[in-house]
Structures are given as structure tokens and as C-alpha cells.
Ligand binder design. Structure first.
Ligand code: UT7
Length: 333
């Protein structure tokens, strides 16, 4: 008997309305539009109004996703939110979303895997469905990076934005379609290059941690960049080789959006045409766990790219941990 698979049935998203442009940053820190655009590819990002929190974005993204599929929230078995910026340390943001959307039969959990939050969450959800225990899993990538961004630090503040996007993962009746394979990696040695120092149990919040600005992203950009360029390219090529495919076989590459130079390196290594690569970093910056489903939304719902039943799609990411990985799927509709 062939293995049961999981496929992406629907997508939804939430984008805050407020924009922060490179011009705005020229007023805030010692930077230029030219530097930001040429070094990162970012032109503007969306910023959530203060005090609203992650679930304010994640819940409407989930609702749009379910509405598009015509699925009742009570049919959902599991909700997984990939995030590094939850509403609170506990309960998980997925619990808040469960209540907000009325998914009263779902159990809910968050996954923190840095910028790989969505890929890791999708992998876990896929295996829940493949096991036969779950039929419908909502996988949400949602981050309010503005709440942990130091807007006095030019090294990091220009990079990040806020957004949420959700996919409905469902059991696929036809063999050979849906999520086919994944490769995930972790190297905990990456901790020293990308972290938020305080607010956890090792260094709880205190007057000192606030005064020292320890509740913000700390990133050694060039070190992260060097590893990201190598590993995201390697893992993107690795999943092709493992499955006997080349760049020509792939219809859509949906990479994490941290830096257009990292994306270009991965696409080159895969040997894939630029026209098949979804790049929206100029509009949203790095939204951490949201980048991949947000890019997929543009490609599929807004039809910026062509993807039809049977097409091969690759998603890849690299982020804090370090974590990195790729997923191969065959589009099903
Ligand atoms: O998604 C999670 C994983 N994160 C990433 O993948 C991000 C990876 N890192 C990067 O994307 C890049 O490292 C950056 C975009 C952050 C920086 O680009 P870079 O090519 O690694 O840096 P660079 O060598 O071109 O520039 C570094 C210089 C430094 O100046 P000095 O020390 O060389 O004088 C910085 O102070 O650029 C300076 N710099 C800036 N200058 C103007 C850093 N930020 C800015 C800025 N405006 N906003």
C-alpha cells in the first residue's frame, strides 16, 4: 500500500498596513537607501502597531486560509505556529489562535526554529498526516520582528519586518503528490552569532537587561551571511540530487527572504532560472517564520508565478540556531 502524503490545500496571509521605508531609516540611523537596497534587496517592510501581538496577525491569516478552502475551523486537528516572537512566553500563540478562530477540536503548539520556523513546522505537520493520525493541520508562520528590533542598531534594524501567513495541510488521496521529501539540519554552535540575550530563563528580564538593550536581536551579520550562503545553497541542491532532479525539473523555488544575495546563491547552485524564484524581500524584508508562506501566497494566490498540478516546488531556509533545510513537494490541486 502506498504511503499517505500531505499537500498544501490553501494559503492565507496577514500584512500590517504601516510601512517603514529605507527613506525612513535614513532619518533614524546612519544608513542610505542605496546601501540597504544593494546589500539586502529590501526597499520597505510592514510594521504592526504596538501592543497588538503575534496572534493579531496569525489568526486572520489562518481565517483567510480556511475561508479559501471552505473548511470549518472545527475540522482542524492541529495548529502549529512557527515563531520567535510569540504573544507571551506562555501560553503558546497557537493556543491563542485556536480560540480566536474557533478551532475547538484542534490541539495547538508553537515551534521555535528561527527563520526555519515554517519549514520545521511543515515537516512536523506532514508527518502527523502521513502517520494517519491527523487529517487537517494548520501551519502558520508569524513573526512580529519589530518588537525585538533595536531601531538604534543599523546593523539589524533595516533587515526585519512583520507578517503572518498560513497554509492548510491536508491528507492527499493520490500517491506521488504533496510533500515528497525534507532535509533539516541544526548546528547549535550558531547561537553565538544570532540570538536575543535576555528574557529567557538563562537571563530573565530585569532593569539591567533592559538598560543593556538585551531584549533585541543580536546578529553578527557577516558571519551569519557566510554560513547562510553556503548552507542554504547546499541544502537546496542536496534535496534535488537526493530525488534525482535538476533545476530544470523545478517549477518554483520559494526561499526564505533574508538577503537577495543568499537567494541568488542558492538559485545558482540549483541551476534554476531566475524567473522560477519567488523574491518579495523588497516589499517585506525578513519576516522570519512568515517569509516562505508569504512568498508562496504571492506565487499561487496572486499568480505572480505559474504553478500547476504535478509541478515540483522547493522551499529552503536558513536561520537562528543555526537551523537550515529544504522541502520538496509536488503541487496538488
Ligand atoms: O534570516 C536569519 C538569518 N540572517 C541572515 O541570513 C542575514 C545574514 N546577513 C546579511 O544579510 C548581511 O550580513 C548584512 C546585510 C547584514 C550585511 O551585509 P554584509 O555584506 O555581510 O556586510 P558588509 O561587509 O557589506 O558590510 C559591513 C559593513 C560594516 O561596516 P564596517 O565595519 O565594514 O565599516 C557595517 O557597520 O556595513 C556596515 N553596515 C551598514 N552601513 C550602512 C551595517 N549595516 C549598515 C547599514 N547602513 N544599515
Amino acid at each position: 500500500m502506498s504511503k499517505r502524503s500531505a499537500y498544501i490545500r490553501s494559503i492565507g496571509r496577514y500584512l500590517p498596513e504601516r510601512k517603514l521605508t529605507n527613506g525612513d531609516f535614513e532619518e533614524m540611523v546612519d544608513t542610505t537607501d542605496e546601501w540597504i537596497l544593494s546589500r539586502t534587496g529590501i526597499h520597505e517592510r510592514r510594521i504592526l502597531d504596538p501592543g497588538l501581538g503575534n496572534s493579531y496577525m496569525a489568526a486572520p491569516a489562518a481565517k483567510e486560509c480556511l475561508e479559501r478552502a471552505g473548511v470549518d475551523p472545527e475540522e482542524i486537528d492541529t495548529i502549529i505556529v512557527g515563531t520567535v516572537t510569540p504573544d507571551m512566553v506562555f501560553p503558546s500563540t497557537s493556543c491563542v489562535v485556536q480560540k480566536a478562530i474557533g478551532a475547538k477540536n484542534a490541539f495547538a503548539l508553537d515551534i521555535n526554529a528561527g527563520c526555519c520556523g515554517f519549514l520545521y513546522s511543515l515537516t512536523v505537520a506532514t508527518q502527523m498526516i502521513e502517520s494517519g493520525r491527523m487529517n487537517k493541520v494548520l501551519v502558520i508562520g508569524s513573526d512580529v520582528m519589530s518588537t525585538i528590533t533595536d531601531y538604534t542598531d543599523r546593523n539589524t534594524c533595516v533587515l526585519f519586518g512583520d507578517a503572518a501567513a498560513a497554509v492548510l495541510l491536508e491528507a492527499c488521496g493520490e500517491p506521488g503528490y504533496g510533500i515528497l521529501d525534507f532535509i533539516l539540519h541544526t548546528d547549535g554552535a550558531g547561537e553565538e552569532h544570532l540570538y536575543m540575550k535576555a528574557g529567557g530563563s538563562r537571563r530573565p528580564s530585569s532593569l539591567e537587561t533592559v538598560t543593556n538593550r538585551e531584549h533585541f536581536i543580536h546578529q553578527d551579520g557577516p558571519s551569519v551571511f557566510k554560513t547562510a550562503v553556503i548552507e542554504m545553497a547546499n541544502v537546496s541542491a542536496e534535496i534535488l540530487e537526493k530525488n534525482g532532479l535538476t533545476g530544470d525539473d523545478i517549477s518554483l523555488f520559494v526561499p526564505h527572504q533574508a538577503n537577495h544575495r543568499i537567494i541568488d546563491a542558492a538559485a545558482r547552485r540549483m541551476g534554476i532560472d531566475k524567473g522560477k524564484v519567488v523574491i518579495n524581500i523588497s516589499k517585506y524584508g525578513n519576516t522570519t517564520s512568515a517569509t516562505i508562506p508569504l512568498a508562496l501566497y504571492e506565487a499561487v494566490v496572486e499568480k505572480t508565478h505559474r504553478v500547476t498540478r504535478g509541478d515540483y516546488v522547493v522551499m529552503s531556509a536558513f536561520g537562528a540556531g543555526y537551523t537550515w533545510g529544504s522541502i520538496l513537494l509536488r503541487w496538488y490541486e
